[in-house]
Design a protein around this ligand. Structure first.
Ligand code: CA
Length: 223
């Protein structure tokens, strides 16, 4: 899961980015609306965390602009305490959820996971594919009920495929959501991750569709 955090308070941004990062999310930070506007126009994110009090305008104005341009990714707004009017304006502009400052970073994480899950049409926090179950809330994967230990990158890749299922996901799209912008999107790395996941989850857990990409298999006998 790749998230854009828009927050001008650098200490707060660093804390939140670190907490979300250690939960396995890829986090990019923008310190103002203009920077965020550029990033949401040029990069692919799974969600945005948007502070409303930005140095170059209210977050709701930037958000309304994104919605008007058809940018439909989930947006969680950060509002000042007891400012009901901020929340109302945020929802009017197209926000999906809010957290009130000061907040627990865990709450931001839980809300983000739920927003991303629902944006893919999944109501239940546990995603299933054949013998595989991915608990989006706990961040855990089991195969036939047995826990499977995955690295952060392996988890991100599998999580992206399971959120997207049954859609086939191209290698380019996987790279965008599994790697951060600093890393060279080397297609070979995706191959390596896929084969590591197959070793851990069973050979048929992830299906390759030649020239199209990958999807998780919902049938463990599927070749
Ligand atoms: Ca602020």
């Amino acid at each position: 899961m790749k998230v854009l955090l828009v927050e001008d308070d650098q200490a707060l941004a660093n804390n939140l980015a670190e907490a979300l990062g250690s939960a396995g999310l890829l986090v990019e930070v923008a310190g103002d609306g203009r920077g965020a506007d550029f990033l949401v126009s040029t990069e692919r994110y799974d969600a945005v965390v948007l502070d409303l009090g930005l140095p170059d305008g209210n977050g709701t104005q930037w958000l309304a602009g994104w919605r008007a341009r058809g940018i439909d990714l989930p947006v969680l707004i950060l509002t000042a305490r007891e400012r009901w009017s901020d929340k109302a304006a945020g929802f009017s502009a197209g926000a999906d959820d809010y957290v009130t400052k000061p907040f627990e970073t865990a709450e931001v994480l839980f809300r983000l996971r739920a927003l991303v899950r629902r944006s893919h049409g999944h109501a239940h926090p546990v995603l299933q594919a054949g013998e595989l179950a991915l608990d989006t809330h706990a961040g855990q994967v089991t195969r036939a009920g047995m826990p499977v230990a995955l690295t952060a990158q392996e988890f991100r890749l599998l999580s992206y495929l399971m959120h997207a299922a049954p859609r086939v996901v191209s290698r380019a799209e996987l790279s965008e959501h599994v790697y951060d912008g600093d890393q060279e999107p080397d297609s070979n790395v995706i191959d390596v991750l896929i084969s590591r996941l197959r070793r851990k989850l069973g050979n048929h857990s992830i299906v390759t569709l030649r020239g199209q990409g990958y999807r998780v298999s919902d049938d463990d006998r599927e070749a």
